[in-house]
Write a protein that binds this ligand. Structure first.
Ligand SMILES: *Cc1c(COP(=O)(O)O)cnc(C)c1O
Length: 430
């Protein structure tokens, strides 16, 4: 299996190159050269295999012989060390809880898989790798947890000072060892700009191998297909049509869902659910794609004005609007209606959604029953306490992962958003 660049299908590389480079030299994103459908009996037997066993089959379908079977099996087993339960709220409506991992967000799947793939490829190399990641909250926590203690890799996380929740900050700054947290005097865009410039800096490139752990990396995307199969495995009535709604920002999660459908997973339709950063729902409505300045919202992990993985979706559908709109519906909510959605779900089902999953929950009202309607619950609500209504907030129980870090001391280095200072820090300290 090779991987081509979305900007040039003739440019193909191995899995190793795709993972270690993240982006193709022409700026395109890597895609598997073919995504084959499983035979019918794969789905008939799906309940006879565990989450890990199904995930291994899916991984093999997308990675082929790039990684030896026994290694791949090991990587998958280490990735899936927590469940993804499908919780039915009523006969037709269910929440796929993707937050049972260490950092309490679905990004744990991608980060755990990517760290293990990288360390497989770097085994025996003596030059240390630096993973740089800019975060508005969730990505950094998952990457820190996923890469903690990975031999040969140091992680540098840049996060905007005062702009992540207390719990998120603990998840970024209490690791130590190979995880370094930089608290940037600026906003998320500053963090992203600093990381981008570091990647193109000659002096830094000479001294370090640098990799990006953000969601454009194919190694983060592939493991996100696993839980769509796991959702289907848990569907109780497999005769009904299935709709899955995906809270979306950079659209990696939805891309993985569409790849699963291409592998034959019987999902009738996906919903691209966003906040006011609604360029994709608008495109699905009108056929016109016009990126916008990012608007800050209470579902801040989806505050993306120019979603990077949309390029992969266009690529999968040959940029044909008619085809895209048969598989994907668009939906979006402003903050006020998002608050209402969280309250409605709580009042109706006594179920607490986070401000990302809540939009997906609400979007299911646009689908017809009888059908199975699944929304992805992408993070635990405790990560977003400050924006959750008082009435619900008091009912949120902190999971064990948070209780464990609550009393740990924050360790971060505060620096300005000046790129030169950042560069000097990387040259001097690492
Ligand atoms: C990252 C994130 C999203 C957005 O996922 P994409 O793959 O970027 O579309 C949604 N919800 C939560 C909680 C997240 O952390």
């Amino acid at each position: 299996m090779l991987y081509y660049s979305t900007k040039n299908r003739n440019h193909k590389v191995s899995f190793k190159e795709a993972v270690l480079n993240s982006l193709a030299p022409d700026g395109g994103l890597y895609m598997p050269e073919h995504i084959d459908s499983f035979p019918q009996n794969f789905f008939q037997d799906i309940n006879n295999r565990s989450f890990q066993e199904n995930s291994y089959e899916v991984a093999k379908q997308l990675i082929g012989d790039n990684v030896p079977n026994n290694e791949l099996k090991h990587i998958v087993e280490e990735t899936i060390n927590f469940p993804a339960p499908l919780v039915y709220l009523d006969e037709y409506t269910a929440s796929l809880e993707l937050w049972h991992g260490e950092s309490l967000a679905f990004k744990d799947f991608g980060a755990r898989f990517m760290s293990r793939v990288m360390s497989y490829y770097l085994r025996g190399e003596n030059k240390e790798h630096i993973v740089l990641v800019a975060t508005s909250g969730d990505t950094g926590g998952a990457v820190a947890a996923g890469f903690y203690n990975t031999p040969g890799i140091k992680v540098v996380i840049l996060y905007p000072s005062g702009k992540v929740s207390d719990i998120q900050e603990k998840q970024l700054t209490t690791w130590g060892n190979n995880i370094i947290a930089l608290e940037i005097d600026g906003n998320f865009d500053d963090c992203q700009r600093m990381v981008k410039q570091a990647f193109t800096d000659k002096d830094l490139k000479e001294k370090h191998n640098m990799a990006s752990a953000n969601s454009i990396n194919i190694a983060r995307l592939i493991p996100q297909t696993f839980y769509y199969f796991e959702a289907y495995r848990q569907v109780t009535n497999k005769n009904l049509p299935i709709t899955i709604s995906v809270p979306s920002g950079n659209f990696g999660n939805l891309t993985a869902g569409l790849m699963s459908k291409k592998m034959g997973l019987p999902v009738q339709r996906f919903i691209a659910a966003t906040n006011a950063n609604n360029v994709v729902p608008k495109y699905l409505q009108s056929g016109v794609f016009s990126p916008k300045q990012t608007i800050p919202t209470i579902s801040n992990a989806m505050d993306v004005g120019l979603p990077s993985n949309f390029e992969r979706i266009m690529d999968m559908y040959g940029s044909t609007w008619n085809k895209i709109t048969t598989d994907i519906f668009g939906f979006w909510l402003n903050d006020e209606d998002n608050h209402k959605a969280m309250l409605q779900c709580y009042d109706k089902y006594n179920y607490i959604t986070d401000p990302h999953g809540a939009i997906a929950y609400q979007s299911l009202k646009t689908t017809l029953t009888p059908s199975t309607r699944i929304f992805l619950e992408t993070a635990h609500p405790c990560k977003f306490l400050p924006v959750i209504n008082d009435k619900i907030r008091s009912q949120i129980q902190l999971p064990e992962q948070i209780i464990n870090i609550q009393d740990k001391k924050k360790e971060s280095k505060q620096i300005s958003s000046n790129v030169q200072i950042f560069k000097q820090f990387l040259l001097d300290t690492l």
